[in-house]
Design a protein around this ligand. Structure first.
Ligand code: BTN
Length: 323
């Protein structure tokens, strides 16, 4: 823990109360002017700290930021977000940064977060609306011991974890549209972009990017009608850090279950959360588009769609529209 983080945890313990400079310097074994220097750094990072020559320091306000020290506190995971957390106030894309870190050897559990993305990416070449401090834009590096054709399962684990997060934190009845759209009342609240790097017959790394709409009050024209946020669904703001911690916790739990006992328990939960099984759909793939009925998620994580000729088609990647 850095000196700044140690000071912050003392102030947090006494949040709303005055703590003298003398007490802090004694507890931390640093001079009072060093305490003052760290207070200045915390203020620069957005912490509302009052000071008084007689009373000392008082932490009045926590910033609405996804700072590593905030995420780390009470995180409750073993690996996810426990290695390094790379934080930027603005970035092109957290997935792109995570990918280059992974290629340089960053370990499993490394997390990249940003307050804003200028080139947030979605699936199928789309962009992801990523305004400053309103949503969660985070990417996690994983190094699963899987053969390449098992990689799509990781997306499904992340989807289940995102839906569970919304249920746990906001009691929102979230559903999953295959493979990775998280919907509330038919509108998209979160998406997952999984990018895998393979070599020969093994996965080198997987980057799992989560975009979650949290405190957006509205969306630009092209997203109006199809996107929603936690604020728009509940009428109240949410602390993004609480949601991010819960997602990491849920995701690590799913990932552990998957490594220990396999995909079956995840598949079961995914089916309970799925919004399209049994529905008429249009499937758009790279090379063709067809209509049919979404039937099942199979044991490999593929979606089974019965086409108009009664043939079962296995879909591993593509876009689905529900009729
Ligand atoms: C989708 O539904 O199309 C997937 C959206 C994924 C968006 C997230 S935001 C954090 C991470 N970085 C990116 O550039 N994209 C993902």
């Amino acid at each position: 823990m850095t000196t700044k983080d140690r000071l912050l945890s003392h102030l947090k313990r006494e949040k709303g109360n005055w703590v003298s400079g003398e007490y802090l310097s004694g507890k931390m074994g640093i001079s009072r002017s060093a305490v003052w220097k760290q207070v200045s750094r915390l203020r620069e990072a957005g912490y509302g700290i009052q000071s008084s020559p007689k009373k000392g320091y008082l932490l009045a306000e926590l910033p609405e930021v996804l700072l590593p020290a905030e995420i780390d506190e009470t995180l409750g995971t073993r690996v996810f977000g426990r290695k390094e957390i790379i934080y930027s106030s603005e970035i092109d894309s957290t997935n792109m940064r995570a990918r280059s870190l992974a290629l340089q050897g960053a370990p499993e559990g490394t997390l990249v977060v940003a307050e804003k993305q200028t080139m947030g990416r979605g699936r199928l070449g789309r962009s992801w609306f990523s305004p400053f401090q309103t949503g969660i834009y985070a990417s996690l590096i994983l190094r699963p011991r899987l053969v390449p054709n098992e990689a799509p399962k990781i997306t499904l684990l992340a989807g289940v974890s995102a839906a569970e997060t919304l249920l746990a934190v906001a009691s929102l009845d979230a559903g999953i549209k295959w493979p990775n759209d998280i919907l509330v009342h038919g509108k998209k609240i979160a998406g997952i972009l999984t990018e895998t790097s393979m070599e020969m017959d093994a996965i080198q790394h997987v980057v799992v990017g989560l975009g979650l709409n949290v405190n957006q009050r509205s969306f630009p024209g092209h997203l109006k009608g199809s996107a929603t946020s936690l604020f728009m669904e509940t009428g109240r703001p949410f602390e993004r850090v609480v949601l991010l911690r819960e997602f990491l916790r849920q995701f690590e739990r799913c990932y552990d279950t998957f490594s220990r006992v396999g995909f079956e328990p995840i598949r079961k939960r995914w089916r309970e959360l799925a919004v399209l099984l049994g529905k008429e759909v249009t499937v758009r793939m790279m090379d063709r588009t067809f209509e049919g009925r979404a039937m099942e998620l199979d044991r490999d994580g593929a979606l089974i769609v019965k086409d108009r000729d009664g043939q079962s088609q296995r879909i591993y990647s593509g876009d689905i529209r529900i009729h």
